[in-house]
Ligand binder design. Structure first.
Ligand code: C2O
Ligand code: CU
Length: 463
């Protein structure tokens, strides 16, 4: 098996010519935005390389930053200028189900040339993102994603000290253009997903930015990659963790371990008070890759006050009275033979080519007509996920945040922080708990988008 992790192309030099790209706003008024999906051209590789054919929101990759205040009602007028249907999902928002943007479950996909008005409240402050949710493996992989930032009522960091970093990996071929032919490769679907060989941050390779010495900054890291887990060590630049998946920790923490894994769709907000210039690196190989560079200038300021972030009011699970649900993950390469039911029929080996289904939850690939489980509104769900595959997965619950309450083979993070996506290793079992308080039909799927398409998607209802 090829481990593409080892084949990432290294950026030419530490000091990149690229200035740190600011993310533009799609605002038409304080809470109204216009978003148009369509084909675009984007230079992903070195400055002298050719531009790639991508799909983008408002012709930008990442798409424009959508930013409102906690509690605001957001209206996004979305238009589809692609040649295929699409929809927009607001990842991590405890959202009105009808606005969750899941094609085929919560809405009909928006057809080419058509529009849809997304209109929802953003109940929680934090770092979120939006992305296409129809054939996500293809649409997100080509660039249809952007940051969604919900500000605290009192902003703890001003704009100059609040920096969003959307990280992606791209699969480029000669001469540095996006490899579009390999989208949908069965090999990727049954192995580790589509992994790229080129990393960008805010659409640029190894961008650089200047920070002021001794001032406090919030770095909002968003993993927008289809399937790559980025390994990051905040201790290398003395950063503390402020939040996971949008939810603030009671106080900033120093990680007692390293590296931190940032799985697909996960977010991590860091607090850094830089003394010296530093780099944000991917540290999974012996020779870390520079993803972004921070040059620190000026005289040391007095130790800054770091105001606390708003803790969102997410209902606490009632473990004693919970409904327990078990999901066993199977299949994929090196997973042995598993019996898989897809659209009501048992798959034979030869069906793999035509159905492209190789993974299953409780023996079923993809959405069955019945939900995996039904929760009473307000009931606590303890969801036990058993990973009987040879692969790591990034499991995402729509519409809810949960606490990881136990995990075989490793400890649960201190304080059981809220998350909307958790990583689960091969042969690992993880229990999460949440209050199913948001009525509607919700997905539970692997956010390695090829895995989701190849079977690792199920759904539940909250009555
Ligand atoms: Cu960000 Cu269904 O996912
Ligand atoms: Cu997966």
């Amino acid at each position: 098996m090829i481990n593409r992790r080892n084949f990432i192309i290294r950026t030419a030099a530490l000091v990149s010519a690229v200035q740190f790209p600011a993310l533009s706003l799609a605002r038409t008024s304080a809470t109204e935005f216009e978003l148009i999906a369509g084909p675009a051209r984007k230079k992903l590789f070195r400055p002298d390389a050719e531009a790639s054919d991508v799909w983008a929101y408002n012709s930008e990759v990442p798409g424009p930053e959508i930013r409102v205040n906690k509690g605001d009602r957001i209206r996004v007028r979305f238009t589809n200028n692609l040649e295929e249907p699409t929809s927009v999902h607001w990842h991590g928002i405890r959202i009105d189900n009808a606005m969750d943007g899941v094609s085929g479950l919560t809405q009909e996909p928006v057809q080419p040339g058509a529009s849809f008005l997304y209109d929802f409240e953003a109940p929680d402050a934090g770092t979120y993102w939006y992305h296409a949710h129809n054939k996500s493996w293809n649409e997100v992989g080509r660039g249809l994603y952007g940051p969604l930032i919900i500000d605290e009522p009192e902003k703890p960091f001003d704009d100059l000290h609040d920096i969003t970093l959307v990280i992606d990996d791209w699969r480029l071929r000669q001469p540095g253009v996006l490899d579009t032919e390999s989208f949908g490769s069965l090999m990727d679907w049954s192995h580790g997903g589509r992994l790229g060989n080129w990393i960008t941050v805010n659409g640029e390779p190894a961008p650089a930015m200047v920070l002021k010495r001794g001032e406090a900054y919030r770095l909002r890291l968003i993993n927008a990659a289809n399937s790559r887990v980025f390994e990051i060590d905040p201790n290398r630049f003395d950063a503390k963790v402020l939040a996971y998946d949008g939810q603030a920790l009671p106080e900033p923490i120093n990680l007692g371990y390293a590296p931190a894994m940032l799985g697909p769709a996960q977010r991590m907000d860091l607090l850094v008070v830089p003394r010296e210039s530093f780099v944000l690196e991917e540290v999974s190989s012996n020779d870390p890759l520079v993803m972004a560079e921070f040059k620190v200038e000026g005289d040391a300021a007095a130790a800054p006050a770091t105001p606390p972030l708003t803790i969102n009011a997410i209902p606490e699970p009632d473990i004693a009275n919970a409904q327990r649900v078990k999901v066993v993950m199977e299949g994929g390469a090196m997973g042995g033979f598993v019996e898989i039911t897809y659209q009501g029929k048992k798959l034979q080996r030869e069906d793999v080519q035509s159905t492209r289904q190789t993974w299953a939850f409780n023996g079923v690939a993809n959405l069955a007509s019945d939900p995996q489980f039904v929760a009473e509104r307000g009931q606590t769900i303890i969801l036990e996920t058993v990973n009987r595959t040879a692969w790591v997965h990034a499991m995402h619950v729509h519409g809810h945040h949960f606490r990881v309450i136990s995990r075989s083979g490793s400890e649960v993070d201190e304080g059981e922080p809220w998350r909307d996506t958790f990583l689960i290793g091969p042969e690992q079992t993880t229990n999460i708990a949440f209050v199913a308080d948001n009525p509607g039909k919700w997905l539970y799927h692997c956010h390695m988008l090829e895995h989701a398409a190849a079977g690792m998607t199920t759904w539940f209802t909250v009555a």
